[in-house]
Each structure stands twice: as structure tokens, then as C-alpha cells.
Write a protein that binds this ligand. Structure first.
Ligand SMILES: NC(=O)c1ccc[n+]([C@@H]2O[C@H](COP(=O)([O-])OP(=O)(O)OC[C@H]3O[C@@H](n4cnc5c(N)ncnc54)[C@H](O)[C@@H]3O)[C@@H](O)[C@H]2O)c1
Length: 339
């Protein structure tokens, strides 16, 4: 089986993908600089995988260090997750976002080029669609970034398209994730945001567990069934399996591709609140505030292409996403650091 280099390996989505790749029989080498994750993830992953994991503490912007990783481990493909991801922070610190997300991507591509490794799976985002003109969103929808984080994904996609155009040997799978939520069913790994969560589900989970007094709902006057924003939430385990399927396609068939990874169904903020209350048996009090500038009313994927190309489809529903998220939150009320 091919050997896979996972960047950002101890992060939320990559840690779940690591397990999925091992379960599919891949050899995996993880790298991370712990900019937004905890080393505690590693023994937990090792416990779940039942084998010793290969890991190097490396900043992906550090090309000489990356080259050394390629020399030692000779990966056949890279799944490139490492990036900063907070939209609000990217508006305040654009240089850090451009430097880390694009500097990291370029260094990874250079190291791959030098090592004759030409297969990459790239973490993109539904954020590249900006304000969608039509729902559900198909991959050929117009692209527009509305903040520096989104720009780094859009420019990253462009860079990779140019690379693929320069040499046919490059094969890149660009995966546009919708809203990843949930956790591994063991409750041992999950999303552990630092500070105030930017995303809805971890915020709801922290309210349910008593870490925060109430949820702030930004806007209940959107043109949606209950007035609150609608998003396409996807279980992180389904997302992880999407990466396994994308790698299989890259190795089995020539060509690069870009696909949405979403469920194709939207859920409103209040639907998520109700589903979480049902899963946890705890109340999730909320207060309605004005709309947040830059938020779109509704966004959900057309995942047809991912099914056609990869044979992949999301399986877990919102109830299951909330159950797994609650198990992770209740077993780890203060995240990894308190372990
Ligand atoms: N979570 C989401 O809502 C979402 C949605 C769409 C796309 N994405 C993308 O998916 C990828 C993973 O997201 P996540 O939610 O797992 O985030 P995360 O922050 O949990 O994981 C990212 C990991 O990358 C590491 N990292 C960052 N910069 C690094 C560097 N220079 N060198 C080495 N490691 C570095 C961090 O320490 C962290 O462990 C990111 O590229 C993100 O932009 C995430």
C-alpha cells in the first residue's frame, strides 16, 4: 500500500483521517507543529490504532525540515491539511494567514517535486464559493473569497491547478469541505478549539456541558424556514473516508479533480440546537443577536460529483453528529489540555 504523508496530522480532521487511512491499510507519517493542536492526540490515536504511529514535529513552512521527512519516509502521496483556519483571525492577521497557508503549501509542493512525489489531496473549503448564487452548490459555481482565509484557499487551488497544468505527472484531488462536525465514536478524539469556538457545534457542545452560559445566535431574520442560518454539516468520520476514497482514485486513475464533500442537506442553527439537546439530554439556552457581517443565509453542497467519481457518500445524520460530538465533549469537558 502507498505511504501517505499527513500534514497538520494532529488537527481535528487529519487525526480522524489518520485512523481511516490506517484502517484502509495505508502506512502513514504525520507531521504537525502543534500550532493549533495538542500532542495528547498522539497517544490517543496510537491507542485507537493499536500500532506505533510515525510522527515528526515539523513546521511545513520549513522546507529543509520537510525535505528531511521526505528523505527518511519516502511518501508516495501527501494529504495536506496544515493551515490556519479561523476566518475572523485571518481578517486581523492576514500576513500570518498568507504566510502559513500559502508558504506551507508551496514548501510542501517543492519538497514533493524534489522527491518525485506527485500525488496530493488538498484541504479546500466551501468558503471558496463566497456568497452562493444557487443552491445546492455544484463545483462549477462561481468562486469568490470574502476574507483572507478564503483567499488562501482560492489561491491555493489556483496554484495547484497551475502545477497540474505544468506537468501531467502531478495529480491533485481538491476537496471542498462543507461544515465538519462530530467526533470519533470512541470519544477519545474530537474538535478542541482554543479560546472561544468559531464554529457552531463546538460552541453548542460547550454550552451543553456548562462551560459557557448560552449560545449566541447571529440573526433569526434570514430567508430560511426558521430564520436562522442554514449550513451543510458533515460528520468528520464521513469526511475522513472521503480522503481515503480520493487517494484511491488518484492512484487508480489518471487526472486531477475537485469535489465537494458535504451531505447535500442543510440544517439551521435552531435545528442543530434541538438535535444537540436531544442527543445530550441537556438544555442549550440561546440568545438572538443581530446578523454577523459576512455570514451567508444558507449554504449546502451538491455532493453528486464525489459520489460519481469516488463512490463516496456521507452516511451519518445530524442526530449521530450530535451524539458523537456530545460523547467527546462530555468525556473531555476541557478538551485535550486537561488530560
Ligand atoms: N474545520 C473546518 O470547518 C474546515 C472547513 C473547510 C476546510 N478546512 C481545512 O481543513 C484543514 C484542517 O482543518 P481542521 O479543522 O482539522 O483544523 P485544525 O486547526 O484542527 O488542524 C490543522 C492542523 O495544522 C497544524 N498546522 C498549522 N500550521 C502548520 C504548519 N505551518 N506546520 C505544521 N502544522 C501546522 C495545526 O497545528 C493543526 O494541528 C485546514 O486546511 C482547514 O483550512 C477546515
Amino acid at each position: 500500500m502507498p505511504r501517505i504523508l499527513l500534514t497538520g496530522a494532529t488537527g481535528y480532521i487529519a487525526s480522524h483521517t489518520w485512523l481511516a487511512l490506517l484502517a484502509a491499510g495505508h502506512q502513514v507519517v504525520g507531521v504537525d507543529n502543534f500550532a493549533n493542536s495538542s500532542p495528547v492526540v498522539l497517544p490517543r490515536l496510537q491507542h485507537l490504532a493499536g500500532e506505533v504511529l510515525l510522527f515528526e514535529r515539523v513546521d511545513v513552512c520549513d522546507l529543509p525540515a520537510l525535505r528531511q521527512v521526505f528523505d527518511v519516509h519516502a511518501p508516495d502521496a501527501v494529504v495536506h491539511f496544515a493551515a490556519h483556519k479561523a476566518v475572523g483571525e485571518s481578517v486581523e492577521r492576514p500576513l500570518d494567514y498568507y504566510a502559513n497557508n500559502l508558504g506551507g503549501l508551496m514548501a510542501v509542493c517543492r519538497a514533493m517535486h524534489a522527491a518525485d512525489c506527485r500525488h496530493m489531496v488538498f484541504s479546500s473549503s466551501a468558503t471558496v464559493y463566497g456568497v452562493p448564487e444557487r443552491l445546492p452548490i455544484t463545483e462549477d459555481a462561481p468562486l469568490a473569497a470574502t476574507n483572507p482565509y478564503g483567499q488562501t484557499k482560492l489561491i491555493g487551488e489556483t496554484l495547484l491547478r497551475d502545477l497540474v497544468a505544468s506537468r501531467a505527472s502531478w495529480q491533485v484531488a481538491t476537496l471542498r469541505y462543507f461544515n465538519p462536525v462530530g467526533a470519533h465514536p470512541s470519544g477519545l478524539i474530537g474538535e478542541d478549539p482554543r479560546g472561544v469556538p468559531n464554529n457552531l457545534m463546538p460552541y453548542v457542545a460547550q454550552v451543553a456541558v456548562g462551560r459557557r452560559p448560552f449560545l449566541q445566535v447571529f440573526g433569526d431574520d434570514y430567508p430560511t424556514p426558521d430564520g436562522t442560518g442554514v449550513r451543510d454539516y458533515i460528520h468528520v468520520v464521513d469526511l475522513a473516508l472521503g480522503h481515503v476514497a480520493a487517494l484511491a482514485r488518484l492512484f487508480d486513475a489518471p487526472g486531477s479533480f475537485t469535489v465537494n464533500l458535504g451531505t447535500g442537506r442543510g440544517a439551521s442553527v435552531l435545528e442543530v440546537v434541538r438535535a444537540f439537546e436531544a442527543a445530550s439530554g441537556r438544555p442549550v439556552p440561546y440568545r438572538v443577536l443581530p446578523r454577523r457581517p459576512g455570514d451567508v443565509a444558507a449554504c449546502w453542497a451538491d455532493p453528486t460529483l464525489a459520489h460519481e467519481l469516488l463512490g463516496w457518500r456521507a452516511r451519518f445524520d445530524l442526530a449521530r453528529m450530535c451524539e458523537d460530538s456530545w460523547r467527546w465533549q462530555s468525556l473531555n469537558p476541557n478538551g485535550f489540555e486537561a488530560s
